[in-house]
Design a protein around this ligand. Structure first.
Ligand SMILES: [Zn+2]
Length: 409
């Protein structure tokens, strides 16, 4: 049997192809262990999804399921790992169960030292039977057949449809897009009153006579039936529902505490789908914080701020103004991700709309994490050029300083 080594580029590409990786990813030789980790994570996600579908009574027709084999990315990951164990003079995991057990342990406790960044080496892929945030992030770099990705895509598709069908020109599409994105960040829970108001503003109906904005709500939220007054425990900062008896809010980087949200219901209320929370709400918190802080400055007319320009080419576009003239334009993409290594691997910058300076902005709780900055910068080097990595506070301070400079010119 011939085993693929990390230097065997064709095999590496074939393995990636089998897993269906997102376009724009580029791997270097030293990233070999990240590829292995991503393959294992994609495999675990697929195993989870297959199990859910079978539990739901769906008959799986995919070849691997028929043959009782585990998914291709899992097997590729295992083969790569086998090779790494052997060259390190260690005994590889003897079967799938042993490898599952290994996936529950932090990489730092594995018998071989994987070449992962300092922050990533303390992570694991499984927490019990659940995928860890690191595994979820790795899985997101894969584009096929993953449940969360499907929900995310569906929410995004419905959002775009609402924005487009309710607009008369491009500017209105962009305005609706921003309103709906912000809705997902500001409202982990939606009341019937808010849904009615939204439907009033975006009334366009589909062929079945139902306002399409309701399809968007159905994709992003779960409906909970109730009547009369309802009390829900939520975080006073991020708004996510909290669990009783648990200290703090549970959302990464949030220092909020539980408070009671009391709402009046007739038929019920809406709670964000787990995937909506993970892919739109939680990572959007840092974007919303920066936008709100810049909004105060733009009121003084020294800057103008665009949220999610070019339908989300990146997150924030700041134009520095002198009278009516635009002196300079900055672009910022805010990223709240657990693994700096995977963030660096998957990061790309969309060039349109253009800007003079580009920033990858980290929320404070990531920027404060030891090694995160260094690992991310190292991973970005040679992959994306001309992007400064800064914390949210540094970015805001930079905007303030540049606005003052421009004002004095
Ligand atoms: Zn919170």
């Amino acid at each position: 049997m011939t085993l693929p080594g990390p230097k065997d580029n064709d095999v590496q590409l074939a393995a990636l192809d089998a897993a269906g990786w997102a376009e724009g990813l580029s791997f270097r030789e030293e990233d070999g262990d990240y590829v292995t980790v991503m393959l294992l994570a994609a495999g675990l996600a697929r195993i989870r999804d297959d199990r859910r579908r079978m539990d739901a009574g769906e008959y799986l027709t995919r070849t691997s399921a028929e043959q009782g084999l585990l998914p291709v990315p899992w097997r590729s990951g295992m083969t790569r790992l086998w090779w790494r164990f052997l060259t390190a003079g260690k005994t590889p995991p003897q079967n799938d169960l042993k490898l599952f057990e290994l996936c529950r342990r932090p990489f730092s406790e594995w018998p071989i030292r994987l070449r992962l960044s300092v922050a990533d080496i303390e992570q694991s892929l499984l927490d019990g039977d659940e995928l860890t945030p690191m595994a979820e992030q790795a899985t997101r770099l894969s584009v096929r057949d993953v449940e969360a990705e499907l929900v995310e895509n569906r929410v995004f598709r419905e959002l775009m449809l609402v924005a487009e069908l309710n607009a008369k020109d491009e500017a209105e599409v962009q305005a609706h897009y921003c309103e709906l994105r912000r809705l997902l960040i500001d409202n982990p829970i939606l009341t019937e009153v808010k849904v009615r108001r939204l439907t009033g503003r975006l009334p366009k109906c589909g062929r079945n006579g139902q306002p399409i904005v309701q399809r968007f709500i159905q994709a992003a939220y779960l409906h909970r039936a109730s009547q009369g007054q309802v009390k829900i425990d939520v975080c006073d900062i991020c708004g996510n529902p909290t669990q009783q008896g648990i200290d703090g809010c549970g959302t990464t980087g949030c220092s909020g505490r539980g408070v009671a949200l009391v709402i009046d219901t007739v038929g019920g209320y809406y709670v964000q789908h787990r995937a909506t929370r993970r892919f739109f709400h939680d990572p959007g918190l840092v974007e919303a914080r920066i936008l709100d802080r810049l909004a105060e400055m733009s009121a003084e007319r020294t800057i103008s701020v665009e949220a999610w320009p070019g339908l989300d080419a990146y997150d924030i576009r700041v134009s520095f103004l002198s009278g009516r003239d635009v002196i300079e334009v900055w672009g910022a993409d805010a990223k709240d991700q657990v693994s700096p290594g995977l963030l660096g691997l998957g990061f790309t910058w969309r060039p349109d709309p253009p800007c003079d300076r580009r920033f990858l902005v980290l929320p404070k709780h990531r920027a404060d994490q030891p090694g995160y900055f260094a690992d991310l910068r190292a991973e970005l080097q040679g992959r994306v050029s001309g992007v400064s990595v800064v914390s949210e506070d540094t970015f805001i301070a930079g905007v303030v300083a540049r606005a003052e400079e421009v004002a004095q010119q």
